[in-house]
Design a protein around this ligand. Structure first.
Ligand code: FMN
Length: 341
């Protein structure tokens, strides 16, 4: 969970509880990610993963976003900030690849795109498992062809950015997790890591029944003390509030709790990532500082109201224990064991 919530402390707590903690490399420079990797290693011998953003292939035509910047300029003024430069960059891609190949975390997961097969090969030669986030069957096939070891299957329920790259970038629709798990199960033999709306053990049990090997939690961990979630967002996460997918904050579709900025700017927001991300970054940071939850991105999944304010390790253990109990109940009270080989 780049952009705030993910911290080394969160990855450590998840790893100590028997989960696979992740560091978020997105938006950071490679050297900062390196420091976080060292912090995790000093705290625990547990394996962990690093999540990397695949760069957008080419810059957006400035004609596509000029008018939008004019529209949102008063928002920056209202926060006592200025719009940032709508620049294109690759999020320090090469340096991050070099870093992970040197540091060798157990897993590197990618979002916003599929790494080319030679990148996957480089990671494999460093003994790193490669996971690719997908949101439709076409992306699942492409990731399989590129040599991915696992697919992070992201349903439309998910909080934060849509991790796919082959959709039309519209901010509507998207495939639900159950339908996606089943269609992808038929399309590729890869292990599936389900993500989107998984907040408790019943949901974990459901995705395991639907063909997933594991689940990736997002929103469920956002109120943990180890997460660096913005205070103004913490106050809203446990409330019953609508979410929607919008390009308004970053120029890329992402799901969050509906607020004023989203309502006023979603209709005109262009598809232009990372340009719009950089342009709105100072105004969002100012709104966060001022505690104005109407003017920054409140990323959250559709089931966010089930979030718990507890240590991350307790949340992970509880969800795993609940899932075992649910699976046992569904199996008619018989203990659920792995089929013998
Ligand atoms: C605040 C926030 C930040 C996120 N940042 C990332 C990220 O940096 N990389 C990534 O692959 N997914 C990111 N996601 C998506 C999650 O990996 C996951 O797919 C999503 O949270 C699942 O839905 P849930 O929030 O309903 O559990 C983020 C999600 C949230 C809520």
């Amino acid at each position: 969970m780049a952009g705030g919530p993910s911290t080394p402390e969160l990855a450590v707590a998840v790893g100590r509880a028997g989960g696979l903690g992740f560091l978020a490399a997105g938006y950071k420079r490679a050297d900062a990610v390196g420091s976080e990797i060292r912090a995790v290693r000093e705290a625990t011998p547990a394996p962990f993963g690093v999540n990397v953003f695949v760069p957008t292939p080419e810059p957006a035509d400035p004609d596509r976003f000029r008018e939008y910047l004019r529209r949102i300029a008063p928002e920056a003024e209202r926060q006592g900030a200025e719009l940032g430069e709508p620049r294109f960059d690759d999020d320090d891609w090469e340096a991050k690849l070099a870093l992970v190949c040197a540091e060798r975390p157990a897993v590197v997961s990618f979002t916003f795109g599929c790494p080319a097969w030679d990148v996957v090969d480089r990671l494999h030669r460093a003994d790193i498992a490669v996971w690719v986030t997908i949101t439709n069957v076409e992306e699942a096939r492409a990731a399989h062809a590129a040599g991915a070891d696992g697919l992070v299957v992201q349903g439309t329920e998910a909080g934060g950015h849509r991790g796919g790259w082959l959709s039309d970038g519209s901010d509507e629709g998207g495939v639900g997790l159950l339908a996606l798990l089943r269609t992808v199960s038929h399309a590729t033999p890869l292990p599936l890591i389900a993500t989107g709306g998984i907040m408790d053990g019943a949901a974990l049990a459901a995705v395991l029944c639907a063909g997933a090997s594991a689940a990736q939690l997002g929103t469920a961990l956002m109120l943990a003390p180890e997460a660096a979630t913005a205070e103004a967002q913490r106050a809203l996460l446990a409330e019953q509030r609508a979410t929607r997918v919008t390009r308004a904050f970053s120029g890329r579709p992402a799901r969050g709790i509906v607020n004023r900025f989203m309502s006023e700017h979603s209709a005109t927001a262009p598809l232009a990532y990372p340009e719009i991300h950089h342009a709105t970054s100072p105004l969002r940071a100012a709104a966060r500082r001022r505690g104005d939850a109407d003017a920054f991105n409140l990323w959250a999944g559709q089931a966010h109201e089930l979030v718990q304010a507890r240590p991350a390790g307790e949340i992970v253990r509880q969800i795993a224990d609940e899932a075992s109990a649910v699976l046992e109940r569904v199996a008619g009270g018989r203990r659920v064991t792995r089929p013998s080989a």
